[in-house]
Design a protein around this ligand. Structure first.
Ligand code: MV4
Length: 449
């Protein structure tokens, strides 16, 4: 195991990683921007190094400063958390070049999955189901028309460098194709500096179901079941749960098998997530692979009894993962995560940074809160608005829903607006209670929200 790990992140995930380190007897180094100097993760770490001013582009995204901090403190590894440099292949390479272990997959794996069209082709060649579409990029509007005719309308034009929905255009009629094709390329070029696009048949009313995987260097490749992340707003997840209310044991097994097939075929190591679209007929298709720890990892931890961050540390340090002997996993009980963001659901979820005057987290059976704030903490306008994650566990979905209501009501956050009232409203919704929602839940079920 490592002696000392530098955590190249902030907020709740920095604290989450440090807690895993502490349990493994690993010393921790925090890096922080001037804006974050007084935050709890910085105090919690054994050592802390300032890496620049508030803007992420001048601090948490400056690879050279972070690597210098690791060298100066003799850290043997860097955990990137999520966001920032977590899926930056050049950063992973720079770590290796400086004799520091990057706690994550190989740079080649990050690169392969970062190109969404190439990732799709890789998966297809591994025998993982993909949505019918263009094999590779579509370079002209004529070529787009040819593919659209082949797979049939409606189609979806996607940016190769995309992810998270940017540069995506739906096309429902042949007449719209040329305009939307050009618009997608312009948007992708502006957003990513890369205007290449590809095309897929549009899956109607899909669910977002993703499989968590772990792979070590001892040929242990395990699937930790799925998470259903269909409750989103503009590609920001708000509620995640495991198991998915939409999966039969048969589909769950098939999805897990597909995910492991992909992991083996690409020699992927460490933790990863394979995102699938699940259509209304129970068929699933590869969407993207995330090569980082994800915000919603705790729901998987609760239904599988694993500590995913500790497994990441074990795998990266050259040990075998400790959960492999218990695989294959069948989900035990049910878990849901509610993202408590500093956003006002009454005003289009506008960010509400500011000082939290009172903060009291719920407790009691089946309740976990991952957060980094206390009464008096400030939510900075410079970073994302995640304040806390409420993760609720119970024997079945019904118990979890009742428990979540109780826990959300116990939460006391004053001084800023949060997404708690939104979550309480969702918990009263019939489609949510039945588990029959898809990714259009917010628009179709929550009215003006
Ligand atoms: C799709 C799709 C329907 N059909 N692909 C959204 C983000 C990006 N990762 C891929 N996305 C989608 N790809 C096909 N062929 C619908 C979406 C999509 C979506 C997916 C998951 C969760 C929420 C979503 C919201 C809108 C669109």
């Amino acid at each position: 195991m490592f002696e000392k790990v530098l955590v190249a992140n902030r907020g709740e995930i920095a604290l989450r990683v440090m807690r895993a380190c502490k349990e493994l007897g690993v010393k921790t180094v925090a890096v922080y921007s001037l804006e974050d100097a007084d935050t709890y993760p910085v105090k919690y770490a054994d050592e802390a190094v300032c890496i620049g001013p508030a803007p992420a582009a001048s601090s948490y995204l400056v690879a050279a400063n972070i690597i210098a901090a690791a060298k100066n403190t003799n850290a043997d590894a860097i955990h990137p958390g999520y966001g920032f440099l977590a899926e930056n292949a050049d950063f992973a390479r720079a770590c290796a070049d400086n004799g520091i272990v990057f706690i994550g997959p190989a740079p080649e794996s990050i690169e392969r999955m970062g190109d969404k069209s190439a990732a799709r082709e890789t998966m297809k060649s591994c025998g993982v189901p993909t949505v019918p579409g263009s094999d590779g990029c579509v370079d002209t509007a004529e070529e787009a028309a040819k593919f659209a005719k082949e797979v049939g309308f409606p189609v979806l034009i996607k940016a190769t460098a995309g992810g998270g929905g940017k540069g995506m255009r739906e096309v429902h009629q042949p007449e719209e194709l040329e305009i939307q094709y050009k618009a997608a390329r312009l948007e992708a070029g502006a957003a990513f500096g890369n205007d290449s696009v590809y095309l897929e048949k549009l899956v109607l009313r899909p669910r977002h179901v993703e499989i968590q995987v772990l792979a070590d260097n001892f040929d242990n490749n395990v699937s930790l079941c799925e998470r259903d992340c269909s409750i989103q707003r503009r590609h920001q997840k708000l509620i995640e749960e495991a198991p998915s209310p939409a999966l039969t044991d048969e589909i769950r097994r098939a999805m897990g098998v597909a995910a492991i097939k992909a992991v083996r075929a690409t020699d992927y190591k460490n933790a990863g997530t394979i995102e699938f679209l699940l259509d209304q007929d129970g068929r699933f298709y590869f969407m993207e692979m995330n090569t980082r720890i994800q915000v919603e990892h705790p729901v998987t931890e609760l239904v599988t009894g694993t500590d995913i961050v500790k497994e990441q540390l074990r795998i990266a340090s050259g040990e075998a993962m400790s959960c492999a002997p218990r695989a294959p996993f069948a989900p035990f009980g049910h878990a849901m995560e509610f993202r408590i963001n500093a956003e006002d659901p009454d005003y289009n979820f506008r960010p509400c940074p500011g000082t939290i005057t009172v903060f009291e987290a719920p407790s009691g059976p089946g309740v976990r809160t991952d957060c980094y704030v206390k009464s008096g903490s400030k939510i900075s306008p410079f970073y994302d608005s995640l304040v806390a994650k409420l993760i609720v566990y119970g024997q079945d979905r019904q118990e979890v829903i009742a428990r979540a209501k109780r826990a959300l009501q116990e939460f006391k956050i004053e001084g800023i607006a949060t997404t708690i009232p939104f979550h309480l409203k969702v918990l009263e919704n019939e489609a949510f209670n039945k588990g029959t929602f898809s990714t259009d839940f917010l628009e179709t079920q929550m009215g003006e929200m």
